[in-house]
Design a binder for this molecule. Structure first.
Ligand code: PLP
Length: 455
């Protein structure tokens, strides 16, 4: 029996359409209304503390209430609360952040284009790939390859790139021009008796077949997130990115690197691409770009691709793309300060130092009867729950085992996220070893509750 809704919960249910929520059961579930946050903790309206084990939505890398970021934001609002980059206007915060991004980028970058979100960044990537191929006189080279289980956002094109059924079913998606190839998840999709190396060779071969079947002259780009986050924290086999890059290069297909979750230290390097051997052509960033203090996304492009846009501008008279809030001075000032903090507080060093503890605590539950696989890279990880450990059979989705565990975890004061029956972990990168251990202690209690519930 669920507790009756508090006043604020009842107001929430009456007023809000909640994203990614079983809204048919919202009243029964009862929304968890968060009031404030400090460090790695958030507090609900009853004053109960939770360790934010998901850094919000994989984004609050510096945790909550960082005074330096608050001061930067306040000062920027006092100095210039809004300006934009349309019509050849400029502003210092946008320039400063772009310079910093160019400095830390994993490949030579010429220009930075700002958006307000990760979805807009990926949408922009597709438009830019089309625009580039029109400029290069290749009007048929327009399809985009993505992967099953990928997550790239929810605008019409980003949701099309996303490879999850609930983003397509009932939404009339994906749109034409988007095709999906294999998810690089050996444990789940490797065939009986197939080694990881054989699995890798098979999915790379399948990518090659797809390109040949569709026609290389019709394919502009492939998009990939180094570690797939919202698809279930999927870490590809070693050698995956160099192998697919070779196939893409053969057919003059660019590789768009979605660093929206992976970027800014999450995997123990500035970029997931560096941790996982990917050499991209262009990059999308958001989330930890501002540690989510302010919405901001960015697209990073190299010089040769930028020159194709310049050629088009020469013909058409302008570069016809841009968002009202793309390059908002508040977001850019906070973004520049966030990168400065990552550098001066050595956040990447902290992620590397804590990663073995994170790995140890994840591996400690690998033998649990409900756990099929644990996966991790740096400070992002996942625990996939299964009904049958031997056969890897999943629970009936309707039973909601993953969401059930998350609810138990909330009861114990830990916020986690269920992606189906994979429990995702992505704590703020400032978490201490003691806090990280506390998070896992609370998760283990929730796992025990779940075992009692399902058995
Ligand atoms: N790309 C990846 C890898 C993401 O995880 C997300 C969001 O979770 C997005 C893109 C979309 O970003 P946004 O929700 O800011 O539109």
């Amino acid at each position: 029996m669920n507790a009756p809704l508090t006043n604020v919960q009842a107001r929430d249910v009456e007023a809000l359409l909640h994203p990614y929520t079983p809204i048919h059961r919202l009243r029964e579930i009862g929304p968890l209304v968060i009031e404030r946050g400090k460090g790695v903790y958030v507090y609900d309206t009853q004053g109960k503390a939770y360790i934010e084990g998901m850094a919000g939505l994989w984004c609050t890398g510096l945790g909550y209430g960082d005074e330096e970021l608050i001061e930067t934001a306040t000062e920027q609002l006092r100095t210039l609360s809004y300006s934009h980059l349309f019509g050849a206007k400029g502003m210092e915060p946008a320039i400063e952040l772009a310079e910093k991004l160019k400095e830390i980028a994993p490949i030579p970058i010429s220009k930075v284009f700002y958006t307000s979100s990760g979805s807009e960044a990926n949408d922009t990537q597709v438009k830019l790939a089309w625009y580039m191929n029109n400029a290069l006189g290749r009007p048929n080279k327009k399809k985009i390859i993505s992967r099953q289980k990928a997550y790239h956002g929810v605008t019409i094109m980003a949701a099309s790139l996303t490879g999850l059924p609930y983003n397509h079913m009932g939404w009339d998606l994906p749109v034409d021009r988007v095709i999906h190839t294999d998810c690089p998840h050996y444990w789940r999709f490797g065939e009986d008796g197939e080694s990881e190396a054989e699995f890798l060779a098979r999915i790379v071969g399948s990518l090659r077949d797809l390109i040949e079947r569709e026609g290389p002259d019709t394919i502009a780009a492939m998009i990939a997130e180094p570690v797939m986050g919202a698809g279930g924290v999927i870490v590809p086999p070693a050698g995956y990115y160099p192998a697919i890059k070779e196939v893409l290069d053969e057919h003059d297909i660019i590789l768009i690197d979605d660093e929206v979750i992976n970027g800014f230290g999450r995997t123990g390097n500035w970029w997931g691409a560096q941790t996982h051997g990917m050499v991209p052509t262009t990059i999308s960033a958001a989330k930890q770009l501002t540690s989510a203090y302010v919405p901001l996304g960015a697209v990073l492009v190299p010089e040769d691709i930028y020159q194709a846009y310049v050629d088009h501008s020469r013909q058409i008279g302008t570069f016809g793309h841009g968002f009202t809030y793309g390059g908002h001075p508040l977001g850019c000032a906070v973004g520049a300060k966030t990168i400065e903090i990552y550098q001066k507080r050595d956040i990447i060093g902290k992620v590397r130092a804590l990663a073995p503890v994170f790995e140890k605590r994840l591996k400690a539950v690998a033998d649990h009867p409900l756990v099929g696989e644990v996966r991790y890279s740096g400070l992002v990880g996942g625990v996939e729950l299964v009904a049958d450990k031997k056969t890897k059979r999943s629970f009936d989705a309707k039973k909601g085992v993953g969401p059930g565990l998350v609810r138990f975890a909330e009861g114990h004061g830990a916020i986690l996220r269920a992606i189906g029956d994979t429990i995702a972990f992505c704590p703020p990168m400032i978490i201490t070893e003691a806090e990280l251990n506390e998070l896992f202690d609370r998760f283990e209690k929730a796992l025990a509750d779940t075992e009692a519930w399902v058995s």
